[in-house]
Each structure stands twice: as C-alpha cells, then as structure tokens.
Design a protein around this ligand. Structure first.
Ligand code: G
Ligand code: G
Ligand code: MN
Ligand code: NA
Length: 249
C-alpha cells in the first residue's frame, strides 16, 4: 500500500501534517468552539483527503500516534488562543486502546487546557464498539470533565442506543439533514424532532454543514442555536484562524 508507506515516513519525519480549525458560532456570531481537522499537505503523491489517509492509519496501526499528535496540537492551540472549547475527532480505534484516557489526560496536563474545554467527537458512522475498553475510556474521560460529542448524528443505525450507552454531552446534526432544510418535504419536521429530543435529554446541539442564511434561520426557528459550516467559516490554518479574530462571548 503506497499511502501506508508514505504515511509511515511522514509520521517519522514529524512535520508533515497540519491541523486546520473551523469555527463553531452561536446565534450572536460569538465563537462557541473550534473543530480541529487534520491535513496532510506534504503527501508525496499530491493532496490526500483526510477520510482516506485516516482510514489507512486506522487499518495499519498508526492512528494512535497520529491522533495523539492532533490532540496535542489542538489543545496547545486552544490554550494559546484562549478558545472557549476545542473539538477533536477521535477514531473508534483510539477509543479501544487501554492507554487512551491516560494519553488524553497527559496532553491536558502538558498543555494546561482544562478538561471542560476539550470535546471529543465520536462518529456514529464507524460503529463504536461496546467493548469494555471503549466504555471504560468514555466513563473515565467524562469523569475527568472532558466533553463527549456524537458526530454525524442520525446517519448511523443506532443513534438512541449511542446516546444512552455512552453518556453523550453534545450531538452534531449531520450536514445531510441541514442541506435539505426548507427544500425536501418533511426534513424540517425531522430536524425539529431531533432537536427537541436532544434538548429533552439535556444535550447541547450543533448543526453542521450550514451553508446558507436560509438554513441558519430555519435552524433558529427549530430551536438549534449553534452552527458550523461554510456560512460561518471554512476550516482555517492557525494563522488564518488567528487573523480572522472571531468575537468571543
Ligand atoms: O474537513 P474534512 O474534509 O477534513 O474532514 C473529513 C473527515 O475526516 C471528517 O469525517 C472528519 O471527521 C475526519 N477527520 C478530520 N480530522 C480528523 C482527525 O484528526 N481524526 C479523525 N479520526 N478524523 C478526522
Ligand atoms: O465528519 P465531520 O463532521 O468531522 O467532518 C467535517 C467535514 O465537513 C470536514 O470535511 C469539513 O471540511 C466539512 N465541512 C464543514 N462545513 C461544511 C459545509 O458547510 N459544507 C460542506 N460541504 N462541508 C463542510
Ligand atoms: Mn467532526
Ligand atoms: Na459530522
């Protein structure tokens, strides 16, 4: 596998990856959080989409090292920038590791970021296993004050089961729902039901992939007040994110 070999070399070289940051804004336009998104700009064969190289890293035992690197970068940036919150995507493979919680807590300790300002995004797509290690990690991380978000909400098979089993704090309504608001029959009612359900369960709700003002307004009408998407801002390099000067509440 060519990507696997290049990825191994890039990890060993150490300076081949970047983290971009996408703003998540509240209704007033204040910064609620930023999501860290991994990039591999120096990939030898030209740009490789993160979905692809992350999948390769998962299959070939490199995701733990790569994921820990992203976490360290993102927490250091959040602390340096005094971000209200930093959201970091975590692979189901990382969650299965018995060392994961200790690694996360060490990063928080080293960077000085308080646990309440770290949010880990688990994706509903890649079946979270209900193994003992995954449960233990989520329980211990939450007990330490780290926030747990469920990404791509309502695209998987068992959304309510995850919310129940994993003690979730935040759900992120998937872009496939947001993009159909106001156009496809019934979508608005489905999203309203998801938002009502989430609120009834005491969850925070973020809408993803918000691209138009009409979508933002529809979401406000439905009761969802936290937004991520190209309308609010694209993923930005550290420098560009700093330069954009998003207002903080
Ligand atoms: O912005 P975008 O094209 O980067 O992201 C593509 C996909 O890659 C998304 O599903 C996102 O969750 C995932 N992703 C981006 N960065 C990371 C990361 O650091 N770790 C993991 N596990 N997934 C990531
Ligand atoms: O799976 P996850 O939600 O982590 O992935 C976030 C992905 O969505 C990233 O690839 C990011 O670049 C992308 N993204 C963020 N906002 C928008 C948007 O408004 N429209 C589209 N099409 N993609 C977006
Ligand atoms: Mn995400
Ligand atoms: Na998502």
């Amino acid at each position: 596998h060519e990507i696997e070999r290049d990825l191994r070399l890039a990890l060993a070289a150490g300076d081949q990856f970047d983290v971009h940051y996408q703003p998540i804004l509240d209704r007033d336009g204040s910064l609620f959080a930023a999501e860290a998104l991994l990039r591999w700009p120096g990939a030898p064969g030209g740009p490789v989409p993160p979905e692809l190289f992350i999948a390769v890293a998962e299959e070939s035992g490199m995701i733990e090292e790569l994921g820990l690197w992203v976490l360290r970068e993102a927490c250091a940036f959040a602390q340096q920038m005094a971000l209200p919150k930093i959201s970091v995507n975590v692979s189901a493979v990382q969650l299965r590791s018995v060392r994961f919680t200790a690694d996360v807590l060490a990063v928080l300790e080293d960077t000085g970021l308080p646990p309440e300002r770290l949010e880990l995004e688990l994706t509903e797509r890649c079946a979270l296993d209900s193994g003992a290690a995954t449960h233990r990690n989520l329980k211990d991380l939450r007990a330490a004050g780290v926030m747990i978000a469920l990404d791509d909400f309502a695209t998987g098979h068992s959304l309510l089961q995850y919310v129940r089993d994993f003690d979730i704090d935040v759900i992120k309504i998937d872009q496939s729902f947001v993009s159909r608001l106001g156009s496809v029959d019934g979508t608005d009612q489905v999203v309203r039901a998801l938002v009502d359900l989430g609120h009834a369960m005491g969850l925070e709700i973020i809408a993803e992939g918000v691209e138009t003002e009409a979508q933002r307004e529809a979401l406000i009408g439905i009761g969802c007040h936290i937004f991520q998407g190209y309308l609010l801002g694209r993923p930005l390099s550290r420098e560009a994110f700093r330069g954009a000067g998003f207002p903080q509440a």
